[in-house]
Design a protein around this ligand. Structure first.
Ligand code: PFF
Length: 469
């Protein structure tokens, strides 16, 4: 039995394989699936993007996902310690633990701004709860508001640094509530309750939206394959999105993998996680676009798709207030199980590094992430002129929040994933890997090939393109 950070009590872990699957799917399914995937698929040519995305998930994402869970399960410790152990047993340099160290930093940076967006979701939940009282249950949402009024909601929120701060901190507090209670007593509870609720809401809203009449238009939009739209930028956007969506490159799946029992088949389980995550991304498209198209609105627009276009669409939808509320609650559940994963990475690292107990460690991490979140919230208004890495051409003109996003997405996450693939493919002793991954024969060879060659090469291209493209 592995012991926890005090060296005496047994280490906490998932109570079952199902709990692990739900927690890992909870980590993977988040704002990336609901906000970014539909927006990118829409903007980048529909079917060709979707096909290429699936290709990236299977050939690049899944092999790295298996590598991460494998390192964690083998090490049964925090991410850095797990890598260090595997390196030591492979007689490799201990500096390989840096790959997980980089991941811990990325997870912390993402956590900070992810909770700010989580706060926006809370705000919209509030808007739609209030709306139930004004618009009633059967009519459209936001009754009596003009299109301009609705368009003003999101910019007004972004201008209001204080409100965003409060909402960010509320979201951080909800997140730390689960993280502080431990793996089986907190993180797992969140996943086991929220993920099924999430799935029910997603399917319910999708089916309801499909009756709005724009379902076939959506199918054409998302699945008409036009390969001329598959330019290098679009392809790299797809790989990056696949990685973010599977929560890779931030040591998150190393950390979650470290709570998995020896009896679990990692390859099969990783495949289930990737399948669930990808299905949710696709269904999110089938959920959002019929609502948008039925209202005659444009599918354009990044974050605006969720926070601006959809509220307009809910106005012209029967029972729009209820659907709007259900929709943002659903988004909130997905965001929360992801922010919990993001917080667990630095928390488990710090617990082991400083030999501290979970509760105070989680609170300390939450406090720091909250502070950085507040700075991010103000970077959209009072601090918008402050560009922390403005002296580097790559990050010129970016405020605090965009810098956190850009540094992690363009550099830290892909570099973390490259190092993971190289470590597992080339450095780690094959006796540690064989058997541990749950693969044999041809599939094992294929996996090893992907991890050794395809993943590092493609990810290196992403980094280079991110820098020079
Ligand atoms: N996969 C999450 C999403 O798609 O929103 C984001 C994320 C969560 C990334 C947890 C990394 C992580 F460790």
């Amino acid at each position: 039995v592995t012991t926890g950070s005090d060296g005496i009590t047994p280490r906490d872990g998932w109570s079952s394989r199902t709990a692990f699957i739900l927690a890992a799917v909870g980590s993977a399914v988040g704002l990336g699936n609901l906000v970014r995937f539909p927006a990118e698929a829409g903007a980048n040519g529909g079917g060709a993007f979707v096909l290429f995305y699936i290709f990236c998930i299977v050939l690049i994402g899944l092999p790295v996902l298996l590598s991460e869970t494998l390192i964690g399960r083998h090490g049964q410790s925090s991410a850095t310690e797990s890598v260090r152990r595997m390196a030591a047993e492979s007689k490799a340099s201990r500096y390989w633990e840096g790959l997980a160290g980089l991941g811990v930093i990325s997870a912390f940076m993402i956590l900070a701004f992810y909770c700010v967006i989580g706060g926006w979701v809370l705000y919209y939940i509030g808007v739609f709860v209030g709306d139930l009282f004004t618009s009633g249950v059967t009519g459209g949402a936001l009754a009596g508001m003009s299109a301009e009024d609705i368009s003003a909601i999101f910019p007004a929120l972004l201008e209001n640094g204080l409100l965003m701060t409060v909402l960010d901190l509320v979201f951080v507090v909800i997140t730390v509530y689960f993280v502080a209670r431990g793996v089986s007593g907190g993180i797992e509870i969140a996943a086991v309750w929220l993920m099924p609720a999430f799935f029910i809401l997603l399917l319910g809203i999708t089916i309801y939206g499909a009756f709005g009449g724009a379902f076939s238009e959506t199918l054409t939009y998302l699945f008409t394959v036009d390969f001329t739209k598959l330019t290098p930028d679009v392809m790299l956007a797809a790989v990056g999105q696949a990685f973010f969506s599977l929560s890779l490159g931030v040591a998150g799946m190393i950390t979650y993998g470290s709570y998995v029992g020896r009896d679990v088949n990692l390859a099969g389980t990783s495949a289930i996680i990737a399948f669930a995550d990808t299905s949710v991304a696709l269904v999110a498209g089938l959920c959002i676009f019929p609502i948008v198209f039925a209202a005659g609105l444009s599918s354009e627009g990044g974050l605006g798709l969720m926070f601006d276009t959809l509220p307009h669409a809910f106005q012209s939808m029967p029972a729009g207030s209820v659907i709007g509320l259900a929709f943002f609650i659903m988004v909130g559940f997905a965001a929360l199980t992801s922010s919990v994963a993001l917080m667990e990475v630095p928390t488990s690292w710090a617990m082991e590094k400083f030999k501290t107990r979970r509760m105070p460690t989680a609170i300390a991490i939450a406090t720091l992430a909250g502070l950085l979140g507040v700075a991010s919230a103000y970077s959209m208004n009072a601090l918008s002129g402050f560009h922390p890495l403005g002296f580097i051409p790559l990050f010129e003109g970016l405020g605090i929040m965009d810098t956190l996003d850009s540094v992690t997405a363009k550099l830290f996450m892909p570099i973390g994933a490259i190092l993971t693939a190289v470590f597992v493919g080339w450095i780690a002793d094959k006796r540690l890997i064989n058997g541990e991954n749950g693969l044999d024969g041809g599939l094992h060879k294929l996996w090893l090939f992907l991890v050794r060659w395809l993943c590092p090469v493609v990810l290196t291209l992403i980094v280079l393109f991110g820098i020079f493209g």
